[in-house]
Write a protein that binds this ligand. Structure first.
Ligand code: TPP
Ligand code: MG
Length: 374
């Protein structure tokens, strides 16, 4: 009996605005208007300014570890703009700040989060998103669950979740994808393939030629896009969202991009990355590309650039002022929000925490002999 082919597949790659800022007019039809592109370009500059200042805040001891978004902004901005603010639900990782801002998260929340203040995770009422997910991959399951709730409640809403290439090597990714597709929930899985998972290059952690093809196994529509191309990101996400909203189930987007900065401020990528690779990607920076496009259309120039950079600096200065102006949380919170009634040893820890006798035997400071080691 002849062997039959029972399944074949292909992965398409979408690019609309090339690296020289040249637009494919046909593919760009019905995507972004000039006015929208200019607004989003300005927003991209502001987000980059905040990102660079966050790095400096960490270096000067005013903030904890921070993962820069630098170079990946077209992903967050194009996809975030495609989702409906106040209706759809964002389920982020930690490298898509701009999408969160577009959906109403005040900018200083991101600084608060990385300053170690939990109030940065307290998403304001009416802002549809979960807090940043630092455990890799766990948020994708939440997104599937949120989207399932939308389906059960017959609400025309979509969840969009963000994660990196490294996250697709986690079990949670596969469980989330399988459930989402089997249950046909309105969820968009947006993978920012920035080529690296800390110091591990993509090819060392998966043997698939593309990340996008992983979705084929789950029977999910999938596409690879140029993640530094605002138009391609917007179009692919909008199409996926529209399909989901119309009852067409989940979709997968692999956005090929690059982490221009270190993994976080706790990392030094010069120790493991080829400087030529970084330089090659610098030339593909989404900001440079979009600026070339706008200038080519006579919608932007050096004067406007200088004025907007100035404006961005003022916005960012205000954001820092707001974040740093919020009184630091009390260290008691660690205890007060853990148990309704503290155990004796936690009670003792709480009492000794702010004394010079930290880690001292409690009996020495009149607290009985609670066992501090358990
Ligand atoms: C469950 C889990 N395992 C390991 C880590 C440590 N860790 C933090 S970031 C990271 C790499 C993530 O790479 P990727 O998903 O590609 O995202 P990127 O940082 O490149 O945006 C790892 C392994 C973690 N935070 N959570
Ligand atoms: Mg990565």
């Amino acid at each position: 009996m002849p062997i039959k082919t029972v399944y074949t597949a292909q992965i398409d790659h979408l690019q609309i605005l090339d690296e020289n800022g040249v637009l494919d007019e046909k593919l760009a039809k019905d995507t972004l208007t000039d006015e929208q592109v200019r607004y989003l370009y300005e927003f991209m500059i502001t987000c980059r300014a905040l990102d660079e200042v966050a790095f400096k805040l960490q270096r000067s001891g005013r903030m904890g570890t921070y993962p820069q978004n630098k170079g990946q902004e077209a992903n967050a901005i194009g996809s975030g703009f495609a989702a409906k603010k106040g209706v759809d639900f964002l389920v982020p990782c930690y490298r898509e700040n701009a999408a969160l801002f577009l959906h109403g998260l005040p900018m200083h929340y991101i600084l608060l989060h990385w300053m170690g203040d939990e109030r940065g995770n307290q998403i304001p009422e009416g802002v549809n998103m979960t807090p940043l997910s630092i455990p890799i991959g766990t948020q994708m399951l939440h997104a599937t669950g949120i989207a399932w709730a939308f389906k059960l409640r017959k609400e025309a809403r979509v969840a969009i979740t963000y994660f990196g290439d490294g996250a697709t090597s986690e079990g949670d990714f596969h469980e989330a994808m399988n459930f989402a597709s089997t249950l046909q929930v309105p969820c968009v899985f947006y993978c920012q393939n920035n080529q690296w998972a800390i110091s591990v290059p993509r090819e060392n952690q998966m043997n698939s030629e593309t990340v996008a093809q992983k979705a084929i196994a789950y029977g999910m529509p999938t596409i690879q896009v140029d993640g530094n191309d605002l138009f391609a990101v917007y179009k692919a996400t909008r199409d996926a969202i529209e399909r989901a909203r119309a009852g067409g189930g989940p979709s997968f987007i692999e956005a090929v991009t690059y982490r221009l900065a270190d993994h976080t401020t706790a990392d030094d990528a010069r120790r493991y990355r080829d400087p030529n690779e970084v330089e090659a990607w610098m030339a593909k920076d989404p900001i440079i590309r979009l600026r070339k496009y706008l200038e080519g259309k006579g919608l932007w120039n050096a004067e406007l650039q200088a004025a907007h950079e100035e404006k961005s600096r003022a916005i960012v200065a205000e954001v820092i002022k707001t974040a740093e102006g919020i009184a630091k949380p009390s260290t008691d919170d660690i205890f007060d929000y853990t148990y309704a009634t503290l155990t004796p040893n936690l009670e003792a820890q709480k009492k000794t925490m702010r004394t010079a006798s930290l880690a001292q035997e409690p009996s020495q400071i009149g607290l009985g002999s609670a066992n501090m080691s358990t």
